[in-house]
Design a protein around this ligand. Structure first.
Ligand code: CO
Length: 316
């Protein structure tokens, strides 16, 4: 019985000690009478301070390390430097490229779904998904579909828009393109090689051409897979009496399409076709991701997400 009382005393002392610790943790300003409100406010503040914010940058990907570094990585780094409160992650949409990088280079890259799952597991609360894609085509829709499966997994989840979306975006893209255009004279044209798609967003390339034509410009848009093809472009070049052509990829990276389909020595590359047609051909083998102004476009897309205007809708 004596032992039991001793034990009770010890428990009481420990209990009081713990209570004082808890009260001490709130500091001197906690008044128990209005405690509930104070604690609630502190919780809200804690949640905001405790937000784990991330930006998932998604691109098709490329297996060419050189261009990956100066395009995709450069864009990711620019975004990371512009938003230091956010942790920047990477995902590729192409499973073929992911597989190739893993098998050949032992580089592990996440799919958008894997990346979002990791961010969910690691307790991210605010996530911005920014695609580096050019048009709102099949891959962009795929990204939207994946993101939809994560609604409710984060406090905030926003997807930025690709380069060509609203009409102001086209004007911005044309301005940004000027940074990489050579000096053009009457018989020298630039031919952009876009990717092209079976998706209705293929019309983006014709809209880009239209916005380019709003100013006097010798820049023509063609695509590898879709309309307008190189034949349509050649017809226009001839109508405009063009003698010299500079070929440029209108793609994020100067990867397989740019190196082979555009600039390759195979007889069906655009370079070979144009040379056979009698044009002098110059090659500009740099992806849009290398262009500072395009990097800046992606930064602005992210900023629009933060500002609650991911689609960049202009106020009337
Ligand atoms: Co392709």
């Amino acid at each position: 019985m004596f032992r039991k009382m001793w034990k009770q005393k010890v428990m009481m002392v420990i209990g009081l000690f713990l209570c004082s610790l808890l009260l001490g943790a709130y500091g001197g300003n906690l008044q128990l009478a209005e405690g509930s409100q104070t604690v609630e406010q502190e919780n809200v503040e804690f949640q905001e301070h405790g937000d784990k914010k991330g930006i998932l940058v998604i691109s098709f990907g490329t297996s060419y390390a050189d261009t990956r570094k100066v395009t995709i990585e450069a864009c990711e780094e620019k975004i990371a430097a512009s938003f230091p409160d956010y942790e920047v992650r990477r995902a590729f949409t192409s499973s073929i490229i992911i597989k190739k990088l893993k098998e050949r280079d032992n580089i592990q890259i996440d799919t958008p779904e894997e990346a979002l799952n990791k961010m969910k597991d690691e307790g991210f609360t605010k996530v911005i998904v920014q695609p580096l894609h050019i048009i709102p085509g099949l891959e962009y829709e795929e990204v939207l579909a994946v993101v939809n499966n994560f609604r409710g997994s984060f406090k905030e989840l926003t997807v930025g828009r690709p380069v060509l979306y609203g009409i102001e975006d086209y004007k911005q893209a044309v301005e940004a393109l000027k940074q990489q255009l050579p000096a053009l004279d009457k018989d020298h044209a630039v031919v952009l090689m876009g990717h092209g798609t079976t998706h209705p967003a293929n019309a983006c390339y014709s809209c880009l051409q239209s916005v380019l034509n709003d100013e006097e410009s010798n820049v023509l848009v063609g695509v590898v897979e879709g309309y307008p093809g190189i034949d349509n472009v050649i017809a226009k070049l001839k109508r405009n009496n063009i003698k010299e052509v500079t070929l440029m990829p209108y793609m994020l990276v100067a990867g397989d399409h740019a190196i082979n389909d555009m600039a390759g020595d195979e007889e069906d590359s655009w370079k070979s076709i144009l040379e056979r047609e009698g044009f002098k051909v110059n090659i500009y083998l740099h992806g849009l991701g290398e262009n500072n102004s395009y990097q800046e476009i992606y930064v602005q897309r992210v900023q629009d997400c933060i500002d609650g205007n991911p689609l960049g809708i202009e106020e009337e």
